[in-house]
Design a protein around this ligand. Structure first.
Ligand code: AMP
Length: 420
């Protein structure tokens, strides 16, 4: 038997309704916030991710699915959405006729990580970006969009963690200070952090290893180094969030696993998720568009994982996602009625009523059993008698009551019964 690739899961029919519920909620909320959907390809040139996410990040240094295609070009399955959206924004001149642009995306992502609860190799992210605004209100809008999605999915147990990682003016000073401190602590760091120290010392703050956390607990804080512009921006963002009663905690170690952030960095976490507790994360990236060859354009965005959302929702409320039911099952009492069943089912489906019938030439008894198994709300049985009398009974499977309606089934008449 050929099985699926490690860390890549089928989303089975029993789960897809939950997925549709989450995806529909994301589409609805993004539309309420007036974001427009953008869909970018799954494959991009490898250099896009190297230049944007950063060569020293975990994603680029060890997690990307990178291949040479038949033309010997290096291509990569996208590990995150922002780089691709920025590439498309530049390539398609999206921002040129409007001062600010709000985009969102739902897509599969690929990272060759060690699979575990909440960590897959193919997973799904929802992602939103605002281009063109330096205002803290844009950061706040991105954060509020995140929390609106959670709230509309019925999630209550989530926390917002906030930080500012500075900008091109103030971060180099912080980087130097960290580098000086870390160099003296080098022997206490894990080999990976020692390696990172040389190339990107801020990454050491991102380490989840106990040794690194202990060794770096007294490092200088970024707040001591922020320039006036970053400080004001961060204060204003906090004031906006307070004004809409969105609680947050500040964690000055939050640097996020990607290199392109400037100023705001944030994460939403859930205590219901175990060790992989991040529901979503994001921040401002004012330099990325120009780094990738576009006009200097400030931007802010976030990405969240759909699998993690599902885990958190299930932990909080197993019954949140109702199964969609089949409205009507039409059974045929005899073989000669099958075509009439087919025609009526077809008309009902065309009128938007979810309808099913037997495709296996089964006995009436097993068709009725099937209607039960499928949880059909209503049952109709058509036979020669019903066809000749031009009347048929529609039975409510829950109340077990029946009403007589015309055959062929009239849409207005049946709607009065099934939409009661
Ligand atoms: P990141 O792009 O790493 O900031 O991730 C954003 C969000 O995507 C995280 O908060 C998770 O919810 C989700 N995520 C990231 N990596 C994985 C993964 N390997 N498996 C499942 N979800 C993931």
């Amino acid at each position: 038997m050929i099985s699926s690739i490690k860390g890549m899961k089928d989303i089975l029919p029993a789960e897809t309704e939950s997925w549709q519920f989450i995806e529909n909620t994301i589409h609805n909320i993004c539309q309420q916030f007036h974001f427009k959907e953008i869909r970018t390809p799954l494959l991009e040139q490898t250099s896009l991710f190297k230049r944007s996410i950063g060569e020293e990040t975990d994603i680029v240094s060890k997690e990307m699915y990178t291949f040479f295609d038949r033309s010997n070009d290096s291509i990569t399955l996208k590990p995150e959405a922002t780089a691709s959206i920025v590439r498309s924004f530049i390539q398609n001149h999206i921002g040129e006729d409007q001062p600010s642009t709000k985009l969102y995306q739902i897509s599969a992502m690929f990272r060759q990580e060690r699979p575990q609860a909440g960590r897959l190799r193919q997973f799904h992210q929802y992602d939103a970006e605002i281009f063109g605004s330096t205002e803290p209100s844009a950061d706040a809008e991105i954060i509020l969009l995140n929390s609106a999605i959670f709230k509309n999915l019925g999630l209550t147990n989530f926390k917002l963690i906030l930080n500012s990682v500075g900008c091109e003016n103030c971060r180099p000073n912080y980087r130097d200070a960290i580098l000086k401190n870390l160099t003296s602590l080098k022997n206490k760091l894990t080999p990976q952090s020692r390696e990172r120290l040389e190339k990107n010392p801020l990454r050491v703050l991102d380490s989840k290893e106990a040794e690194d956390i202990e060794a770096t607990k007294n490092l200088p804080l970024i707040f001591e180094f922020l320039c006036d512009s970053c400080k004001t921006h961060f204060d204003e963002l906090q004031n906006i969030l307070k004004s809409v009663n969105l609680n947050f905690t500040i964690n000055n170690r939050l640097v996020r696993g990607l290199d392109y952030y400037t100023k705001t960095a944030f994460e939403f976490i859930s205590e219901n998720l175990g060790s992989q507790d991040a529901l979503s994360g994001g921040g401002r990236y004012d330099l990325l568009v120009s780094q990738l060859g576009g006009k200097k354009t400030p931007a802010v965005g976030f990405a969240g994982g759909i699998e993690r959302l599902l885990m958190a929702i299930k932990k909080e409320n197993q019954n949140l996602i109702n199964n969609k039911t089949l409205k009507l099952f039409i059974a045929s009492a005899d073989t000669s009625s099958k075509n009439i069943v087919f025609q009526n089912a077809n008309n009902l489906r065309n009128a938007g009523i979810s309808t099913d019938f037997d495709l296996l030439n089964r006995s009436l008894k097993s068709q009725m059993r099937e209607a039960d198994r499928q949880n059909a709300e209503y049952l109709i049985v058509i036979g020669e008698k019903e066809i000749s009398e031009e009347k048929v009974l529609i039975k409510n499977m829950q109340t077990r009551t029946s009403s007589l309606i015309n055959l062929p089934i009239n849409i207005e008449e049946i709607n009065l019964i099934i939409n009661k």
